[in-house]
Ligand binder design. Structure first.
Ligand code: SF4
Length: 172
């Protein structure tokens, strides 16, 4: 795996938004499709989330390569649920869900979000507003800047590194 990739970066997606608030170096690596290990269970959040999906709510919405749980309707708006194992990375989870709400709005679907932390028996309502749209625009623009760079941001040791799929690459 080379450090400077010639490949075109992927479009901005919810996963990149999630990692943006964890590690900007990982955003670069993921966007450049430098996949260290396809089988690393820490990398594929989709698979991870599947385990935590509420069994009784089978309704799903496929949208821009993500599957969102539809948890019903509230005040005429779709309720989109995102299930996370813990609230440790709550900020990432919130911004990722807001990003999906924003993209849904752009596609003409008004929705509200619900973050679920089943292990903590906790739910949180997430509402897209003008402030969050402005924040998302700034994040998307910064991700574009990060991804356009020839080399990734420097590695910085954080708690997430020990579970990160790129740990060997960054710290070997
Ligand atoms: S190992 Fe640490 S520094 Fe490297 S990409 Fe993962 S979180 Fe970022």
């Amino acid at each position: 795996m080379s450090l400077a990739s010639e490949r075109e970066p992927l479009g901005i997606n919810g996963t990149l938004i999630w990692y943006y608030f964890i590690c900007k170096r990982e955003v670069w690596l993921m966007a450049r499709q430098l996949n260290p290990d396809e089988h690393d269970e820490n990398l594929e959040w989709g698979r991870f989330l599947h385990e935590w999906r509420y069994a009784r709510e089978k309704k799903e919405l496929s949208f821009q390569n993500v599957r969102l749980d539809i948890a019903g309707e509230r005040d005429g708006k779709l309720v989109v649920a995102e299930v996370k194992k813990s609230s440790k990375y709550r900020k990432s989870a919130e911004m990722q869900l807001l990003f999906y709400l924003w993209k849904l709005r752009e596609a003409g679907v008004e929705a509200v979000g619900e973050l679920r932390f089943p292990e903590e028996k906790r739910r949180e309502n997430i509402q897209l507003d003008d402030v969050s749209v402005e924040k998302l625009k700034a994040v998307v623009s910064d991700i574009r800047r990060i991804v356009a760079a020839v080399v990734p941001p420097k590695a910085e040791k954080i708690g997430f590194c020990k579970n990160c799929a790129y740990r060997e690459f960054c710290w070997a």
